[in-house]
Structure formats: structure tokens, C-alpha cells
Design a protein around this ligand. Structure first.
Ligand code: NDP
Length: 342
């Protein structure tokens, strides 16, 4: 099968690319520039005709994907993972909203117009589109989020709220517009969306400096690059999934007939800041002076802290999840390596 993958040079995108190639798919990786394509090619050598590239400099421009969706042999599947998730300061919330929403719609429009062979589009959405961030994190009874839930943020709130809120809204409105497109346009393809919470794990793409880390892994670098007496970072969004499990979910839903028209929450489990620090300190002696001690075994999440349920993904996709050690310890060791090479 032939797949078009957007955001192929990103943290999650490069893991999806890795697993697509190892499952035998032929992939066109879409990135923003020739230099980014060259980097992906260097990270994935020796794939011959199984890997080619498409360049879309601005995913928000009308008809942005009209040419890259054309291919011989034609595409069967499109995976759309490109969307901004940055830690640099933005001056206008549209810096999140436009690429997320318009970028998604441009993919769908170009596929409908120029790629009639595509039967499925998979979108990397987020638990940011699912969770109500203005609710208390420890409501009673405990809130367990599922595929039925949507972040209630309004468009007005998206435009005027904080940068965090703008990101969360960008994922909600991008995913909503994709489902609306299916209802209104009745295209040649069906849709699947995946909603992971925080995504962590080892990097598959080249990152030359810890300053270039993507948003979620940069948070873990905060634990690596601190001091034993420092305060723990906040718990942040206390639910996560491993990038490799998420990438496999993308590959599974790309072809599974039962996934058609479905939304899946892809969440491993909860983790507190203290638990993260404890794990890193236990497994990496080098971090003894660098990772906050806090109160080992303490500082637990509130008893009723919300959770996100992956029961549907486990049942329909047969998905299993890696252990916390595999995710956080492998990532932290790799971050130390990157730091040494800088
Ligand atoms: P990265 O920043 O590593 O990757 C983002 C990808 O999207 C890159 O390929 C990037 O291209 C592309 N992109 C970003 N902004 C634009 C833009 N304005 N125009 C075109 N392309 C753009 O982040 P992740 O791998 O973490 O994120 C990938 C997807 O996963 C996103 O949809 C994100 O919302 C979602 N997600 C991530 C989570 C996480 O914790 N990491 C959690 C839940 C969902 P370039 O390199 O050119 O900027």
C-alpha cells in the first residue's frame, strides 16, 4: 500500500515513518523544505523507491496539497500529523489555529479533488481536543475521558485565550473541521482520528541540540537539566503515551476496516512529576545531582485526578503499552547523549 505522510520530520512523524517502512508500506514523506527532506533521507537511508518526498512550504495556502497527492502508483492512505506544537512565544493565537485547521482542511480538499484512490485519512489529533482544561483535575466522581468527550473551549476563547489554550483549541477545531468535512462533502475516503495525551519517548529523528527538542520531550529535559535540590516541575498534563505505541496505532488504523469513521484515545497511563523524577534517579546514576529529589515515593497525584481511557484502542486495535521505564529512561539517556555531542 502507498501512503502520504505529512509532518514526517517531526518527533511523532518520524516514528510513524519508521514503522510504516518496516511494515512494508511505500511512503511519500511531506515536509516544508528541501533541507528538511534531506535530513529525513539521511535519517532513513537505503529505502530506495519505497521512500520519496513532497515539499509543501505553506500548508495553509489554498490548494497546498494539490500536487503532492498525485502519484503513480496512486495513494491508498493519507496520514496527517503536521501541526504546530511549539514552545516559542507566539504573538497571535492564529499561529496555532491557522496551520492546524487550514492545514487539515487543505489536505482533505486536495485528496478529494486529486486523489480519488485514497480510501482512508488518519489525523493525529490530541487529548487536547478531548479534555476540559477548565474543570478541576480531581473532580468527584473521577472523570475518565473517552472518545465521546470534547474540550468545550469556544472559538472566541481560542482567539483570545493563553498560548496553551490556543494550542488546545487548534487541535479541537482542526479535528472537528475534519469530521464536518466528512459529513458535508461525503468524500471518497473515510476518517480516523487518534487522540494521545502527552507523548514522550526516544527520538527517531536527528536532533543536534537539546534546544531543538519538541515541546513534550523538552519538558523531560527539564528533569534532566535541573538540580537535586530544585523544586519539582508542575505535574502538567499527567497522562501520557509512548511515541512508539502511538506510531504503531497509526499503522494499525491505516488499514483496519473496523477503524473506519472512528476516534481513538491512545493513552498509556498517568504519571506525576515525582514519579518521573524517581524513575530517572533510580535508573540513571548520572542524574543524582541533576534531577530534583522532591519526596521520593510521595507527591502523588490527587486521588481523583482525571484519566483518559484507551479501552477502545485496546479492544479494536489490540494495542498494548510500554512500561514507564522504557519510555522515560530511554529518552533521558538519549538526551544526555545529545547534550554531550553539542
Ligand atoms: P514536532 O514539533 O516534533 O513536529 C511537528 C510537525 O508538524 C513537524 O513536521 C513540523 O514541521 C510540522 N509543522 C509544525 N508547524 C507547521 C506549520 N505551520 N506548517 C507546516 N508544518 C508544520 O511535534 P510532534 O511530533 O510532537 O507533533 C506531531 C503531531 O502530534 C502534532 O499534530 C501534534 O499536535 C500532535 N500531538 C503531539 C503531542 C506531544 O506530546 N508531542 C501530544 C498530542 C498530539 P517543521 O519541522 O517544518 O516545523
Amino acid at each position: 500500500k502507498r501512503v502520504l505522510l505529512t509532518g514526517a520530520n517531526g518527533f511523532i512523524g518520524s516514528h510513524i515513518l519508521d514503522q510504516l517502512l518496516s511494515h512494508g508500506f511505500s511512503v511519500r514523506a511531506v515536509v516544508r523544505s528541501d533541507s528538511k527532506a534531506a535530513q529525513v533521507k539521511a535519517d532513513f537511508p537505503n529505502h530506495g523507491s519505497k521512500l520519496d518526498f513532497g515539499i509543501v512550504p505553506d500548508i495553509t495556502s489554498p490548494g497546498a496539497f494539490d500536487e503532492v497527492v498525485k502519484s503513480t502508483p496512486p495513494f491508498d492512505i493519507v496520514l496527517h500529523s503536521a501541526s504546530p506544537f511549539l514552545y516559542r512565544v507566539i504573538s497571535d493565537n492564529k499561529e496555532f489555529l491557522d496551520p492546524a485547521i487550514k492545514g487539515t482542511l487543505e489536505v482533505l480538499k486536495s485528496v478529494k479533488k486529486n486523489a480519488p484512490s485514497v480510501k482512508r485519512i488518519v489525523i493525529t489529533s490530541s487529548c487536547a481536543a478531548v479534555v476540559n482544561f477548565s474543570a478541576p483535575i480531581d473532580a468527584s466522581p473521577q472523570k475518565i475521558y473517552t472518545e465521546e468527550d470534547w474540550n468545550p473551549t469556544s472559538w472566541e476563547g481560542a482567539l483570545t485565550g493563553t498560548q496553551n489554550n490556543a494550542y488546545q483549541a487548534s487541535k479541537k477545531f482542526a479535528e472537528k473541521s475534519a469530521w464536518d468535512f466528512i459529513t458535508n462533502e461525503k468524500p471518497n475516503f473515510n476518517l480516523v482520528t487518534l487522540c494521545p495525551p502527552m507523548v514522550y519517548g526516544p527520538l527517531r529523528h536527528t536532533v543536534k541540540s537539546v534546544k531543538e527538542l519538541n515541546q513534550s520531550n523538552a519538558r523531560i529535559y527539564g528533569f534532566v537539566n535541573s538540580s537535586k535540590d530544585a523544586d519539582l516541575p508542575p505535574n502538567g498534563m499527567h497522562v501520557y503515551t509512548d511515541v512508539r505505541d502511538l506510531a504503531l496505532a497509526h499503522v494499525k488504523v491505516a488499514t483496519l476496516p473496523e477503524a473506519s469513521g472512528q476516534r481513538f484515545v491512545i493513552c498509556a497511563e498517568q504519571i506525576s512529576a515525582q514519579e518521573t523524577a524517581d524513575l530517572l534517579r533510580q535508573h540513571i546514576p548520572e542524574l543524582a545531582e541533576r534531577t530534583p529529589i522532591g519526596v521520593p515515593g510521595g507527591n502523588k497525584l490527587p486521588e481523583n485526578a482525571y484519566n483518559c481511557s484507551s479501552e477502545k484502542a485496546k479492544k479494536v486495535l489490540g494495542l498494548t503499552f510500554r512500561s514507564k521505564e522504557e519510555t522515560f529512561v530511554e529518552l533521558a539517556k538519549q538526551l544526555l547523549e545529545i547534550e554531550k555531542k553539542e
